[in-house]
Ligand binder design. Structure first.
Ligand SMILES: *[C@@H]1O[C@H](CO)[C@@H](O)[C@H](O)[C@H]1NC(C)=O
Ligand SMILES: *[C@@H]1O[C@H](CO)[C@@H](O)[C@H](O)[C@H]1NC(C)=O
Ligand SMILES: *[C@@H]1O[C@H](CO)[C@@H](O)[C@H](O)[C@H]1NC(C)=O
Ligand SMILES: *[C@@H]1O[C@H](CO)[C@@H](O)[C@H](O)[C@H]1NC(C)=O
Ligand SMILES: *[C@@H]1O[C@H](CO)[C@@H](O)[C@H](O)[C@H]1NC(C)=O
Length: 421
């Protein structure tokens, strides 16, 4: 419960109070200063406790929560107003989860943690609360109508696939005739599949996923350069399936999880620009080059009068000793962390923001890195389809990706471009 005031209130103050206070209190020179620190710590702990209790109340009695919302918290002004929707904290919310993965055929088994044996379920009950506004509640019929006649396209790695699954399940709840919702080629969800498209036929829209883990072209090289080079990423060429992304109403990108030495150099994959191999190019420099390629592709190929473009920043993972494959391990917690412990920062996220800032067309950056950093409780862990290999990268569904979708929907609802016909 204490976690709910993760960054702005109790977590922050009590940690500060303790880290200044405890060494002095333990020492033999009991000065007035140390005593006043003692009092400060005590006060902070008391206040934290009180806030946590208050939170528990809200959790148990939602009507109180409404009363609470009447004071102090400004009415929702949506992400296009003065509020930064990505600044905030996780608060308990009784209305979650919004769907049951076991009743949604589009959640892959690997992400359905409850079905895979997870017993605790507090992790399902946290909602993102922006500091100065609220994310509008998800009214499924309103959203279904808003999306009528539209084509929504997710492009990226498995994190995009998770978000694709989440959006379908969020929307499916509002459709009575479940048979009217189907994968257009009758395909099953698999990890390697390059295209999946789910059609909501009574609402005449599709939600599609294109697997493109680097966004740029990956190619095999027959006889180019040293023997260790087995394939290259052509940083100046967008993925060859990119022509299929253009004619859409909403385009949501991500890339980041595959930009690691293990997935690149250790498999013999190196960078290439034009005809030249870039053997010594650092990963972050290559990432920036790839994103520049993506940016000019958007600027020249996408009609942003029609298409709303989003780019999601890096999704934090919660491995211990992440960089050392042999020692890394995954400990999914029961509650969110009080402190992000540095996971709210990512060089990839910084690069995305820098590149987008420089673009000549509007692109919305979904800055999810910081909010995800607290959610050490929300990963699939051992409750996946391969329980032998714990997983602190992917998220359980329902879960964190639902919030990414609620934020996207809040942008679309505030957007005139997507007025229903
Ligand atoms: C989800 O649905 C399954 C299958 O209908 C059911 O057994 C299970 O109890 C449901 N879970 C929750 C949390 O409602
Ligand atoms: C379905 O949506 C497409 C694309 O927006 C549109 O051209 C078509 O007329 C719609 N069909 C129906 C039956 O509404
Ligand atoms: C987009 O809209 C602007 C302003 O309405 C217009 O000048 C521009 O030509 C449009 N671009 C395309 C590609 O339709
Ligand atoms: C895993 O996390 C829990 C807290 O959720 C902690 O009590 C436990 O010691 C951790 N286990 C390891 C091996 O770090
Ligand atoms: C932004 O674009 C300008 C002009 O193309 C370029 O000179 C500059 O280096 C770019 N800045 C970044 C941060 O990419």
């Amino acid at each position: 419960m204490v976690n709910s005031f993760s960054r702005s209130t109790s977590g922050h103050y009590s940690r500060k109070g303790l880290s200044y206070g405890s060494p002095r209190v333990g020492g033999h020179r009991k000065t007035w200063v140390s005593r006043s620190f003692h009092i400060l710590v005590g006060t902070c702990l008391f206040v934290s406790f009180f806030l946590a209790m208050g939170c528990g109340y809200i959790y148990v009695f939602p009507s109180l929560s409404q009363a609470f919302h009447g004071y102090g918290i400004p009415k929702s002004i949506g992400p296009t107003g003065t509020c930064d929707v990505f600044e905030g904290s996780w608060v308990p919310y009784r209305g979650y989860p919004l769907y049951n993965s076991s009743e949604c055929p589009f959640t892959e088994r690997g992400f359905n943690c409850l079905a895979n044996g997870r017993k605790d379920n507090a992790y399902l009950k946290w909602r993102w609360k922006p500091k100065n506004c609220d994310i509008p509640l998800f009214h499924v019929r309103v959203v279904l109508e808003k999306l009528r006649g539209k084509r929504i396209v997710f492009v990226g790695d498995s994190m995009s696939r998770t978000q694709w699954e989440s959006l379908i399940c969020l929307l499916m709840n509002g459709v009575e005739d479940k048979k009217s919702i189907y994968e257009v080629n009758g395909n099953k969800i698999t990890k390697q599949i390059r295209f999946l498209g789910v059609r909501f036929s009574s609402f005449n829209f599709t939600i599609e996923f294109f697997r493109s883990v680097f966004l740029v072209q990956h190619g095999w090289v027959p006889r180019l350069g040293p023997k260790r080079v087995r394939s290259t990423l052509k940083l100046d060429k967008l993925d060859d399936i990119s022509k299929d992304w253009i004619d859409s109403d909403v385009l949501i990108f991500n890339t980041g999880q595959w930009w690691t030495p293990g997935k690149l150099f250790d498999t013999g994959c190196y960078f290439q620009v034009g005809k030249s191999l870039k053997l010594g190019m650092p990963i972050t420099a290559a990432y920036r080059t790839a994103l520049d390629t993506w940016a000019s592709w958007v600027e020249t190929m996408v009609n942003t009068n029609r298409t709303r473009v989003f780019f999601r920043t890096f999704e934090p993972s919660h491995w211990t000793h992440w960089s050392d494959q042999s020692r890394r391990f995954c400990n999914v917690t029961q509650f969110p962390m009080m402190e992000p412990n540095g996971r709210d920062q990512s060089p990839f996220s910084d690069i995305i923001q820098e590149v987008v800032k420089n673009m000549t067309v509007p692109v919305t950056v979904l800055r999810v890195t910081s909010m995800g950093a607290f959610r050490s409780d929300a990963h699939v862990g051992s409750w996946s389809d391969t329980p032998a290999v714990a997983d602190c990268s992917h998220w359980c569904l329902p879960g964190v990706p639902d919030v990414w979708n609620e934020i996207i929907i809040s942008y679309l609802l505030a957007d005139d471009k997507l007025t229903p016909q």
